[in-house]
Design a protein around this ligand. Structure first.
Ligand code: GDP
Ligand code: MG
Length: 370
């Protein structure tokens, strides 16, 4: 899907195209004036200029919102935080995700076969935390670009023996653009040449200042490989969650976001969905993007069959007619016919917009605030 050209972006930023091109080059993107920028580059550029952009693809949103039941303040209940791990390649994201997953298997679930469903939950001090294990950058860019915000907290992993690198900076830019709290995990502290204080020093340049230096960014020294500092990291996540007070109404039809989907040979189309509001139950009809279905079976990340799933729970569901896309909005309906009708209408709208002039994210769709 096309977005904006360099020239259009420069105009939106009130800058010379040449300056923007130079800036892009500095950010590692080679571009000419008529070149279309991807959403990633637009976000990077904007955050570099201190401008906030909100990308809106008109078809995706409004239509869906109107069907959701509104919440009263008293309906809202605490829900687990949803955490994404980002950082430069080889700094230890995958190792950390695996280590956390193993650290913490809740009682009764021990021995369960862990399933890859795009996210998982751990429990510590009686509280749950949801981790997205789809690559952080993808989760951010593709989902945010489609109007879906799935992450509450971002952990930025920086290897203490390497330092701040281009993808570290990019991750910071994304988290800031999404206004998501950042926790810095300084990783690989087991290495003899690691220097955690140097990382802290380097990150002050990006306005991530540790508390002991008068800032408000939480830094955790860890070794994902040796499993050092992981409990503390989980505690810090809970601390942020406590301050932010993440809430949702569990007592309504489910709404969420598709985090992954595929066609399984045996099961047919499967979707891995993060439930964000309400509760999804087996038998519920739903719309996912332009697809619809009825929940036939629901499994969690431990391979356990669920009858229902509440806010912040990642589940794999079967019972779809087609395969939706990552980032697709998900909404349950009481009435199967209604779900089908809405999915079909959305499919038509999407097709029309793809054929028509609306297929590009134009200047009018970029709401910027300085
Ligand atoms: P990713 O690209 O960010 O997902 O990084 P990986 O998790 O794949 O880690 C890259 C390499 O760093 C692997 O060889 C890991 O074993 C190693 N690694 C990750 N965490 C640690 C750590 O805490 N200490 C040490 N010594 N090595 C680590
Ligand atoms: Mg990895």
């Amino acid at each position: 899907r096309g977005t904006m050209t360099v020239g259009e972006m420069a105009k939106a930023l009130h800058k010379d195209a040449s300056e923007v091109i130079k800036k892009l080059l500095f950010l590692g993107v080679m571009a000419t004036i008529n070149q279309e920028l991807d959403l990633d580059a637009i976000q990077l550029l904007a955050s570099d200029y201190g401008v906030e952009v909100e990308l809106k693809i008109p078809v995706e949103e409004d239509k869906f919102e109107q069907f959701e039941e509104k919440d009263e303040e008293e309906d809202l209940m605490e829900r687990p935080p949803v955490v994404t791990i980002m950082g430069h390649v080889d700094h230890g994201k995958t190792t950390l995700l695996d280590a956390i997953r193993k650290t913490n298997v809740t009682e009764g679930e021990a021995g369960g076969i862990t399933q890859h469903i795009g996210a998982y939950q751990v429990e510590t001090h009686g509280k749950k935390i949801t981790f997205l294990d789809t690559p952080g950058h993808e989760a951010f860019t593709s989902m945010r670009a489609r109007g879906a915000q799935v992450t509450d907290i971002t952990i930025i992993v920086v290897a203490a023996d390497d330092g701040v690198m281009p993808q570290t900076i990019e991750a910071i830019a994304h988290a800031k653009a999404a206004k998501v709290p950042i926790i810095v995990a300084v990783n690989k502290i087991d290495k003899p040449d690691s220097n955690p204080d140097r990382i802290k020093q380097e990150l002050t340049e990006y306005e991530l200042v540790p508390e002991e230096w008068g800032g408000d960014t939480i830094f955790c020294n860890i070794s994902a490989k040796q499993r050092i500092g992981l409990e503390n990291l989980l505690d810090m996540i809970l601390l942020v969650a406590e301050v932010q007070e993440y809430k949702a109404n569990p007592n309504k039809r489910a709404r969420g976001t598709v985090i992954e989907a595929e066609l399984d040979k045996g099961k047919g189309p499967v979707a891995r969905v993060l439930i964000q509001h309400g509760t999804l139950k087996v038998g519920d009809s739903f719309v996912a993007g332009v697809c619809f279905g009825r929940v036939r079976a629901m499994v969690n990340d431990k391979g356990k069959k669920l009858k229902e799933a509440g806010p912040s729970t990642p589940v794999e569901i079967t019972g779809l007619t087609e395969v939706p896309q990552a980032g697709d909005p998900f909404l349950a309906f009481e009435d199967e016919r209604k779900a089908r009708a809405i999915a079909e209408k959305r499919a038509i709208t999407l097709r029309q917009s793809e054929m028509g002039a609306n297929s590009r994210v134009t200047l009018d769709d970029l709401y910027k605030q300085i």
